[in-house]
Design a protein around this ligand. Structure first.
Ligand code: NAP
Length: 246
């Protein structure tokens, strides 16, 4: 049976590479982008590589856009095998400098977007044989790592971003628990410190490398885990992918 995947925020960065790698896995990919032109340009570039990719306009901070995207995809396929909640934004700022407005902005996209998109696509995901949901989190959201004074991440203090990704972890656990008696697996991906626009291209690894955790979790076998927090940990000085403490 043909396999279908949707990746949000896939017009560039880790999302674009996730789209490329899933399409190379012979999936039919819906490349989510809040801007139609940026999405079409990215999808056209992947199609030029011979990949089966269609752009879909999807602003994860807008429920109307989410509903329209779900209707459009529902009209093109009768099930969805993979949802990667990848879209995300970053803001620097310590606790004492963080405003309500910044918190709202980051939570709208990074957290509320994940819940709204997942719920909008759950009916299609339930129709797949064994769907996979991947929520792109970050090691900077790990309470275990961030509270460890010996961790490389100890100095990281960006309240809105870290709290929003911490909430993504909660969202992952809650969906994994609720769907535990279904074939659907829900996991949180840790890309590593990836060179993208999000961090002014200061990351240590490429977007293609950063996409590997999402792709592995999106293609888990039936005996794979659910409700885990897994990927590349910059904090360990190792290239190995591993499970992280929540
Ligand atoms: P990026 O290059 O800035 O890409 C972010 C993507 O999200 C873009 O396509 C952006 O679209 C999209 N986006 C933002 N707000 C959106 C919205 N409301 N609706 C739909 N799409 C939206 O950053 P990235 O590094 O690839 O980030 C991808 C994910 O990885 C994020 O969740 C990020 O938090 C996470 N992450 C990144 C790193 C890292 O080191 N880079 C590490 C850990 C986790 P536009 O082009 O329209 O802005």
């Amino acid at each position: 049976m043909k396999k279908f995947a949707l990746i949000t925020g896939a017009n560039k960065g880790i999302g674009l590479e996730t789209a490329r790698q899933l399409a190379m896995n012979r999936m039919t990919v819906f490349l989510g982008s809040r801007d139609p032109d940026r999405g079409e340009a990215a999808a056209a570039a992947l199609r030029a590589e011979g990949l089966d990719v269609t752009a879909i306009t999807l602003d994860v901070a807008d429920d109307t856009s989410i509903a329209e995207a779900a209707a459009k995809i529902g009209a093109q396929c009768d099930h969805l095998d993979v949802l990667v909640n990848n879209a995300g934004i970053y803001a620097a700022g310590s606790a004492s400098s963080t405003t309500r407005e910044t918190l709202r902005e980051l939570f709208e996209t990074n957290v509320f977007g994940v819940v709204s998109v997942t719920n909008a696509f759950l009916p299609l995901l339930r129709k797949a044989d064994a769907a996979r949901i991947v929520n792109v989190s970050s090691e900077v959201a790990s309470l275990g790592i961030i509270t460890d004074p010996t961790s490389h991440m100890w100095g990281m203090q960006d309240l809105a971003y870290q709290a929003s990704k911490g909430a993504v972890n909660w969202v992952t656990i809650m969906f994994a628990k609720e769907l535990a008696d279904t074939p659907i697996k829900v996991n949180a991906a840790i890309p590593g410190y990836v060179s993208t626009d999000l961090n002014g291209n200061t990351g240590y690894i490429t977007a293609a490398q950063g996409a590997e955790a999402s792709v592995a979790l999106a293609t888990l076998p039936d005996d794979g885990p659910t409700g885990t927090f897994w990927g590349t940990l910059t904090s360990t000085d190792s290239d190995e992918k591993t499970t992280a403490p929540w």
